[in-house]
Each structure stands twice: as structure tokens, then as C-alpha cells.
Ligand binder design. Structure first.
Ligand code: BTN
Length: 330
């Protein structure tokens, strides 16, 4: 087990309570079934309560779940995805610095293709371009998906777009909200960011060892920090209701698996097509570009075959954007 990951016994405790939801499970029975002392069980119950899991204690009778918990422990996630390739192995942390950092440490044996690292809270969540990622406890999804694709490092940009398409699809099907994708893969609702994706990899010149798709989705945040309010939001803030993170995560993993197979079967063009259909930024969008120390404005004129964004600058020059960031000019 990776150091610091959730003890599999806590996972079994949650599973046991969820399996027996609505009945009171005696403390000694829990302790015996999961192989922990009664005082440890009590400590874990307290830990779960601190994460918002509603567990009622009945004096001398035991514990009872008041509603199905929204913690992303392996047994609950796997129960949603019985035949999955992406998510067949889940590594869960209640708290870690960054799920991407944890995923990048995994070797092929501990982190085979399809492994997903999840945290309820990140203390040093990392964003693109060296930024931080705000990772409020139990409100968002903080997940890193390990892929070991039979592709060359040149495919990394297309995997980045693939992740955006997958989130776009998952958000739509889990919430009914209409999402957009800002190149390369920020997912927006009503013009504000609800999801950021940090793609990292380990590779040799001609071989990808591992790609980590680090995905942060703001799900149930009831407010955003002052400095982010103008540019970021959560699914709950946009719809006025909260969502099961477990359900959104399951949709996300199914969606990544779907588009990953589409990429292997049909090639880059299929992902470029899906991205272009999902994003209002693909063509005809007036944008400001910040890339490689340059700052200019122009209009988007589609993706090339590798997923780079074509821009016609206001001064008439054509640019091909492989990295950097854009914002809409209104
Ligand atoms: C961005 O700047 O838009 C990318 C944000 C990526 C955040 C996610 S949360 C899970 C994973 N772990 C990290 O440290 N970062 C990514």
C-alpha cells in the first residue's frame, strides 16, 4: 500500500455501514468484521463524521448510517464501476499534498494502467502554469488517472484534450448543466471554470511510460474564495443543488474510458472532432492569448490534427498554439 493511503479497514467500515444502511450495526460486530479494536472503530467513525458522513450512534446498540455517504473510498467507487478498466484500482487518501504527485510516484506494478488516485482534500493541489488548485475538503473531486498508453510522447496533447472532452460529457450527463471547454481543457459552466486538468507524464524520447490526467472538479462548494469568485464556480453554485460526488466521479471515469478507447480505435481525428463539437472556443471566438512571453489578441480558427489551436491574430499573423492560455474577449 502507498504510504498514507486510507487504511483498507476504514474502507471496509464504510462499506459495511453502507451495506447495512438504515439498520444499527453493533460496535463489536463492526470491530470483529473488519479486524480492528472497538476504540479504533470509534476513532474512525469520528474521522468519517468530520468528513460529513452522517453516522448516528445509538448508546449500547451501535452505529447507523443516516444516509449513504459521499466519500470516495475504493469499495464504494468500485461498486459503481464493476467492470471498469479505468478505476479497477483505486488509491484513496483522506488528505494528501497532491494526487498528481502521488500518482507520479507509482511504478508499473503499484500503478498499472487505469489506476485512479483520489483525495478528499489536497494540501498542495497543483494547477497548470505553476498555479495552486483550491481543494476544499469533501466538496470537490480531486483525482489523478494513470494511463499507460501504447502511444508516443507526441500524443500527450491529444490526451489533454481527451480529458477535457470526458469531463465535459460527464458534467453534462451527471448534472444536466451545459458545459463548455476553453482550450486546452478548462471546463466552464456559465463562463466560469468548474474543472481544471493538469496532464503530466513520464516518458523517453519515443516511449510514454505513464500519463497522469489530474482532474479537479468543483462540485459542491457553497462559495468560492474571494480571489476566485470572478473566474471560478462550482456545479452546486450554478444549479442551486448539490450532487453525489460518487456519481459524478463514476460518470467521469466511464467517460474517460469511453474516449480513451475511441482514441485507440479511431485515432487523433476523433478526439479533435469531439473537442471541436463540444467547445465554443474552437472557431470564431475572439480571444486574448498569453503564450511564451507573448500577449496578443485574435480569433480562433480551429484545431490542427495534433490538437494545437490555430489563431488568426488581429495583426494578420497566423499562430499555432501548443501551450499557453487564452481568455475570451467580450
Ligand atoms: C488547472 O490549473 O486548471 C489544472 C488544475 C488541476 C487540479 C487537479 S486536482 C487533482 C490533481 N492533483 C493536483 O495536484 N492537480 C490536479
Amino acid at each position: 500500500m502507498t504510504t498514507g493511503t486510507t487504511d483498507h479497514k476504514i474502507d471496509r467500515l464504510v462499506h459495511l455501514l453502507a451495506k447495512n444502511a438504515t439498520v444499527v450495526v453493533p460496535g463489536p460486530k463492526i470491530a470483529e468484521e473488519i479486524g480492528a479494536s472497538r476504540s479504533t472503530v470509534w476513532e474512525w467513525i469520528e474521522k468519517l463524521r468530520a468528513l460529513g458522513v452522517a453516522i448516528k450512534g445509538h448508546p449500547r446498540r451501535g452505529y447507523q448510517l443516516e444516509k449513504l455517504p459521499d466519500v470516495l473510498v475504493p469499495s464504494l467507487v468500485r461498486a459503481e464501476l464493476p467492470h471498469a478498466e479505468i478505476g479497477h484500482k483505486i488509491i484513496h487518501f483522506f488528505r494528501t499534498e497532491s494526487t498528481n504527485s502521488a500518482a507520479l510516484e507509482l511504478d508499473a506494478q503499484n500503478g498499472p494502467h487505469g489506476t485512479v488516485v483520489i483525495a478528499e482534500e489536497q494540501t498542495a493541489g497543483r494547477g497548470r502554469l505553476g498555479r495552486n488548485w483550491y481543494s476544499e475538503k469533501s466538496s470537490g473531486i480531486y483525482a489523478s488517472i494513470v494511463l499507460r498508453p501504447p502511444l508516443s510522447p507526441a500524443a500527450a496533447p491529444i490526451l489533454t484534450l481527451l480529458a477535457g472532452v470526458a469531463v465535459h460529457h460527464a458534467v453534462g450527463s451527471a448534472t444536466g448543466l451545459e458545459a463548455d471547454i476553453r482550450w486546452p481543457n478548462d471546463v466552464l459552466v456559465n463562463g466560469k471554470k468548474v474543472c481544471g486538468i493538469l496532464t503530466e507524464m513520464k516518458a523517453e524520447v519515443d516511449r510514454l511510460h505513464m500519463v497522469v490526467l489530474g482532474i479537479g472538479i468543483n462540485v459542491n462548494h457553497s462559495s468560492m474564495p474571494e480571489e476566485l469568485r470572478e473566474i471560478a464556480t462550482s456545479l452546486a453554485l450554478e444549479s442551486g443543488r448539490s450532487y453525489s460526488r460518487l456519481h459524478v466521479l463514476a460518470e467521469l471515469l466511464r467517460s474517460v474510458e469511453h474516449y480513451y478507447h475511441m482514441l485507440l480505435r479511431e485515432g487523433h481525428a476523433a478526439i479533435v472532432r469531439e473537442w471541436s463539437a463540444a467547445s465554443s472556443y474552437a472557431e470564431g471566438k475572439q480571444v486574448r492569448v498569453k503564450a511564451g512571453g507573448n500577449d496578443y489578441s485574435g480569433v480562433t480558427v480551429g484545431l490542427d490534427a495534433s490538437g494545437a489551436l490555430k489563431i488568426r491574430r488581429d495583426d494578420g499573423l497566423q499562430e499555432l498554439l501548443v501551450t499557453g492560455e487564452i481568455s475570451e474577449l467580450r
